[in-house]
Structures are given as C-alpha cells and as structure tokens.
Design a protein around this ligand. Structure first.
Ligand SMILES: [Zn+2]
Length: 188
C-alpha cells in the first residue's frame, strides 16, 4: 500500500516599483525595464526594483518551495548567483530551489497578488500557464487571485506589488514505518 505524506508551505515577497523611491528620486540599479510576473511579461507594466529581474511571483514561489525543503534560496544563494554569475532570471532561482525537493512533488500552488497597478485580470491566464510550465504541473494546479488592496497598504496605494504563495507537495512511501522514520521515500 502506498502512503502519501502531504506538506504545505507559504512564501511571500514584495518589491517596489523602480520609479517610486521614498524621496521621490528614480533608482534602478538593476536596470529592469519590464515587468515579469511568474515569468510572464506584463506589457506596459512598470518594472520592479530588484537586483534580479524582480519577478515577485517567482520569488514568493521560490520561498514557498524553501518552506518545503528548509533550504533558503533567496538571500545568500540567489545574491551569489547574481553577483558571481550575473543570473537575474528568477526562473533560475525556482529551479535551484526545486533541486532540493528530492522525493517531494509539487501538486498545487495558489498565489494571492496585491497591487493597485497593473490591472491583472486579463493576465491571470498567461501567468498561470507560465508558472505551470516552469513547475511542470497542469495549469489547473495553479490558482491566482489578485486584489487592488483598496489603497489600504503601500501595495494598494500603487507603490509596489506583494505576493503570497501557498504550495502543496506530497511524497510517497510504501510502508508506514518508512514514513515515520523519514526514510526511503518513493520517487513517484
Ligand atoms: Zn524578491
């Protein structure tokens, strides 16, 4: 009999838009000129300030994967990838995080995005398909909701974008004893 162990993890991230620093000046050390969300290009979207491409959706996803693996990628490891190998493509951070999943399989991800702009309703499907392609899971296993935040937070006021990601993963065992001892998970 196959036994499945499930785990859920949450990841979060936020970035401010490049043209809205607190003192009103422009600062864009990354040189980002486009807005990517989940690896999907938002046409005419204001870019986000980051030392990477600023893909806040993929950063929240990376953190959620780290919530399963307990190996944190954003921070020291991703910073080193940017500094030493000039890797700014946030998909690469997701792929590095996934290397530590071992026998864990991602079964579902759900994103909650808060921003006043851009309006995301017409882009939700594109983001879902892009994330499903990155994770190699079906689009129906990628849920995305977006809220304007009603101007209550910095994100609702249009200063940046915040994303939460809830991720569900499972791994299989062929005996209860193995599952209890965290040994011999099946590679299903
Ligand atoms: Zn980030």
């Amino acid at each position: 009999m196959i036994l499945y162990e499930y785990a859920n993890a949450i990841g979060q991230d936020s970035h401010r838009f490049v043209d809205l620093m607190p003192n009103g000046s422009l600062r864009n050390p990354s040189g980002n000129t486009r807005l990517l969300l989940g690896g999907y290009l938002i046409p005419d979207g204001r870019p986000l300030l980051a030392n990477s491409d600023g893909d806040v959706v993929l950063h929240a996803l990376t953190n959620a994967i780290s919530g399963i693996t307990c190996v944190n990628i954003l921070g020291e490891i991703a910073d080193r990838m940017v500094r030493e190998d000039h890797i700014k493509d946030s998909r690469e951070y997701v792929f590095v995080a996934m290397q530590y999943l071992k026998s864990w399989k991602i079964t579902h991800v759900s994103f909650s995005i808060e921003c006043r702009s851009p309006h995301l309703s017409t882009h939700i499907e594109g983001i879902r398909e892009s994330v499903s392609d990155i994770l190699q899971i079906p689009p129906h296993s990628v849920g995305i909701t977006a809220t304007s935040g009603e101007m209550l937070s910095a994100f609702g006021k249009g200063e940046g974008i915040m994303v939460f990601c809830s991720l569900t993963a499972r791994r299989a065992y062929d005996s209860f004893q193995d599952s209890q001892q965290d040994t011999n998970p099946l590679l299903l």
